[in-house]
Design a protein around this ligand. Structure first.
Ligand code: GDP
Length: 446
């Protein structure tokens, strides 16, 4: 199974840590040394490993331990978070144009990586989403590849466009797009030719297609079992052709998982899907957080950590509620509150969650980017305040406001606006205990 050997090693290392009540710096360092070895043995890129261990160590040493966790669990929590961030944090969707507009996707990869199979798997996913995919056989060197695509396309109930082996791939792509336009297909997937190794002809062919056809997404298929070779292949394709994302195949048979852990960090390009078997249904969307828990194999500890975090959120929300009741809300709380807002997915999503407000907000559109910019400006204004000013906004006279404006690089009018907003918010929050209830249900993430 995927990641079995890496998982087993990490679990043994953490088992030793979990039992300990207190962890010394030496304990953490010794454990991380073993984690480092386990990752290197799993064929994770050595630079990635070095950076990973450094980040974990910096965070693990000197970190306050949450009251409901043991120090060992705290280290696991940090390793888990860093692993999620290593793999890109968020799930990346393949960007598709809306409606009948045609999205052209070019599939690339070495021979045997699983490109043709994956192309058909992907077409099935798109079809399930209500898209109209057209598969295009651009591998003119191997008649068997055209046949394989046709068979798999048929199994998926997706049309396969082919012009045999006597046309240039770029001409086939152009003809396929014309065919798609005339027949209402909105997702054209080009299955290009692979080679046994990265070679110039193959790259040039892809570059040629990109130069002559408006390709929206270039997706590289790499074989997870080849470990660091897969990462190197991804780097080469990205440098020469430019790729938008990677599909990692054969993860079902890869016990080490080095490619999955290195690709994003080395190439900067996300893993979009992973192949988990030979069947056409064996393609899974890539979720960095689920993958990290799978690697750490510690569902129980991770659940415990989640609970501890939820408890911490609830404690903080409760403290905030108390403050509000007593009207003690100051700019320090305002900063914290803004952090919560960010974590809750921006102003517009909060508005939609507020009872009574969502109806009124129906016709008001909020630009989250603009809101985020404003939030950043607000943050820099608050950071320019002294401790005393933050905790006692009443002392903000014009000369103080002037100094703050200069410190934050904004106009004094911006500072005045913020102070006014702050007063309004204080009032508004007193009237809205409902928001705090939402927080206790775990919607607040600090
Ligand atoms: P191409 O040369 O890159 O087009 O590769 P193919 O699509 O022909 O696949 C090569 C082999 O890998 C075939 O036997 C596939 O069934 C197999 N394969 C592809 N994806 C996966 C996967 O995710 N898991 C497993 N176990 N096998 C896969």
């Amino acid at each position: 199974m995927a990641f079995d050997s890496l998982s087993e090693k990490l679990q043994n290392i953490f088992k030793n840590l979990r039992g300990k009540g207190r962890l010394s710096e030496a304990d953490v360092k010794a454990a991380l040394k073993e984690v480092k070895l386990a990752l290197l043995e799993a064929d994770v890129n050595f630079k990635v490993v070095k950076q990973f261990i450094k980040s974990v160590e910096e965070r693990a040493i000197g970190q306050d331990v949450m009251s409901s966790l043991t120090p060992g669990q705290m280290v696991i929590k940090i390793v888990n978070e860093e692993m999620v961030s290593l793999m890109g944090s968020e799930t990346t969707e393949i960007a598709l144009k809306p409606g009948s507009e045609i999205t052209v996707i070019m599939m690339a990869g070495l021979q045997g990586a699983g490109k043709t199979t994956t192309t058909a798997k992907l077409a099935g996913k798109f079809k399930a989403k209500g898209r109209k995919p057209l598969l295009v056989a651009c591998d003119v060197y191997r008649p068997a590849a055209i046949e394989q695509l046709t068979i798999n396309g048929n199994k998926q109930g997706v049309e396969v466009f082919s012009m045999g082996t006597n046309q240039k791939p770029v001409d086939i792509a152009k003809a396929a797009i014309a065919h798609a336009k005339n027949n209402d297909f909105n997702t054209v997937i080009l299955d290009t030719a692979g080679r046994l190794h990265v070679d110039e002809d193959m790259m040039n062919e892809l570059i040629d297609i990109k130069a002559n056809v408006s390709v929206d997404q270039t997706i590289l298929v790499v074989d997870s079992m080849t470990g660091q070779d897969a990462v190197n292949v991804a780097s080469s394709f990205n440098e020469k052709v430019g790729i938008d994302g990677v599909i990692l195949t054969k993860l079902d048979g890869d016990t080490r998982g080095g490619a999955a852990l290195s690709i994003k960090a080395v190439t900067g390009k996300p893993i979009l899907y992973v192949g988990m078997g030979e069947k056409l249904s064996d393609l899974e969307q890539f979720y960095p957080d689920r993958m990290a828990s799978r690697i750490l194999g510690m569902g129980d500890v991770l659940t415990l950590i989640e609970k501890a975090e939820a408890q911490l959120d609830a404690d903080k929300a409760k403290a905030m509620e108390e403050k509000l009741k007593k009207a003690e809300f100051d700019f320090n709380d305002f900063l914290e509150y803004m952090g919560q807002i960010k974590n809750m997915g921006g102003i517009s999503s909060i508005m939609s969650m507020m009872p009574g407000l969502s109806g009124q907000m129906k016709n008001v559109s909020i630009d989250d980017d603009e809101a985020e910019k404003n939030m950043r400006r607000t943050e820099s204004i608050i950071y320019s305040m002294t401790k005393a000013e933050r905790s006692n906004p009443d002392i903000l006279n014009p000369s103080r406001k002037n100094r703050i404006a200069r410190g934050a690089g904004v106009d004094i009018a911006d500072v005045n606006r913020l102070v006014k907003q702050f007063e309004q918010m204080k009032k508004m929050m007193k009237q809205m205990p409902g928001m705090m209830k939402g927080a206790k249900k775990g919607r607040f993430k600090l």
